[in-house]
Every structure is written in C-alpha cells, then in structure tokens.
Write a new protein. Structure first.
Length: 277
C-alpha cells in the first residue's frame, strides 16, 4: 500500500472516531447521569455513574403519571402513523396515476404545506379545535399527524415512488379486468411496501417527538404526552429535578432509538427509491 493511501485511511478513521465520539457522548452522558443524584450531575464528567441510583427510574412513575403519559404517546403515535400511511398511500397514488381537474394545483398546495411551519397555523388550529370541542384531547394530535406537514411529506414520498412504476403493470392489470381500486390494492400497494414502511417510521418518529402541538392543545396533566411530561419534573420551587428528567428522557428515547437503528436502512432505501435525493 502506498504511503499516501495509508495516510488518507488514517485521517479518515481518525475523523470518523472523532465524529462518533461527538455524537455518542451526549447520549452516554445522559444515561450515566440518569443514575446519579442531582448534586453529582454537573460536576466533573464521568464515564460511569457514581451513585448507581436506580431509584431515579422508580421515582419518575410516582412524581407524576408517567406511565399514563407513555401510553398517551403510544396511542397518538400508532393512530397518527396508521392514518398518515393510509391517507398518503391513497393520495400519492391519485396524484401519480389518476387524472382529475386541478390535479397539479392540488399537488402544488400539497408542496406548500410541506414548507409551512406549524407555528404559522397553530393559533387558527387551536381555535378551530376548541370550537369543535376537541381541546384538551388527543384528537388534534392524531389529526395533525395525518393531515399536517408530515402527512404531506408522506404523500409526496408515495407520489414520487408511484411515478417510477412502469405503466405496463397497470395496463396488464386492466386487461385482466381489474378496476382502479383493484389495481391499487393488488398491484400498487404491495410493491410500495418498502416506501410505506419508511413513511410509517418517519411519521412515528415525528409524532413521538412533537412538543409544540401537545403544549398548545393539552392542559390536563393526565392527557400529557412524553415531551410535555419531561418538562414537568420540577421541585416545589419550580427548579428542574435533573436526575428525574434525565431518567425520564432515557426511557422516552430508548424505544425510538432502537426502532430507528433497526429500520434505518429502510429509511435510506426509501429516500433513494422515492426520488428524494
């Protein structure tokens, strides 16, 4: 091996090592200090816990209804993801394969929804949901996961995928007597499973991590989702209980991290196959 090639490999691996440490250390610091008492958290950084206070993880369930908050988040994430994928599969197929009046205009409006920050529409949505009696319920969070910007993004992903499907598949299905609904269910839907799974993963992660919408629409402690719950671990003086916040944060992000690490290849493949380059 030539010296210059060997030197490039050393530089490459050193750079990768540095970047890996930079990305992993904050997570490691969180896990380590979730097992410390508050007084030990902001001292000299340590690679291992000092107190090994596993009681922190028990205490977060007694200070507030953390298990209920966990369940609320799971319900919103699952229902929002299911509705998101179902609607985006239908809408994406319609935009890609069906001809109807103002199709391009409707798709342009869809792209506009992708670029519209939630902060712009959150106040009108609040008054609308309150007028419908949905304030302080989980309904707005589920509806926004389906019809909000994440739903528009999923529809865009599916539309980009369906555009790449050869027309010969549909023509052969029509010759066999399938109607448009049959073509969608029996032909298009099965071959779109990789993109559908990726859309579902991205939607699930987005709904799980959302903070602004629960902050605006929820007011009862029992209705909180995890992002709101994490900000509620305070003492009687309103100061953060860092050891409990870190323990709760660790439990909150562990499932989503494992979920993402398992399916990250599907997400990358979908970005390529759907034309998101």
């Amino acid at each position: 091996m030539k010296p210059d090639v060997y030197l490039k490999q050393i530089i490459y691996w050193l750079l990768m090592a540095v970047l890996t440490i930079l990305f992993i250390y904050p997570f490691w610091w969180m896990v380590v200090n979730s097992l410390n008492v508050s007084a030990e958290i902001f001292g000299t950084p340590k690679l291992l816990p000092t107190s090994w206070a596993f009681s922190n993880y028990r205490e977060i369930f007694t200070v507030q209804p953390f298990a209920r908050h966990y369940a609320n988040t799971i319900v919103v994430a699952l229902l929002g993801t299911f509705g998101n994928v179902l609607l985006s599969a239908l809408a994406g197929y319609a935009f890609a394969r069906m001809h109807f009046p103002f199709r391009n205009t409707a798709f342009l409006l869809l792209l506009t929804a992708l670029m519209m920050p939630i902060e712009v529409t959150i106040v009108p949505l609040f008054f609308q949901m309150r007028s419908l009696g949905a304030h302080d319920t989980l309904t707005p969070l589920i509806l926004l996961a389906i019809f909000g910007s994440q739903g528009a993004f999923s529809t865009f992903m599916l539309r980009q995928f369906y555009v790449t499907v050869p027309n010969e598949l549909e023509e052969a299905a029509r010759i066999d007597g399938l109607n448009p609904l049959g073509i969608f269910i029996l032909i298009m839907l099965p071959i779109a499973v990789p993109v559908l799974s990726s859309a579902a993963i991205l939607a699930f992660i987005s709904v799980w991590n959302t903070y602004l919408e629960p902050l605006v629409f929820l007011s009862s402690l029992e209705k909180f989702t995890l992002p709101l719950s994490l900000t509620n671990f305070n003492d009687t003086y309103g100061l953060p209980q860092w050891h409990l916040q870190l323990a709760a944060t660790t439990l909150s992000i562990m499932p989503i991290m494992v979920f993402y690490l398992i399916f990250q290849q599907k997400i990358s493949d979908a970005m390529v196959n759907s034309g998101l380059k």
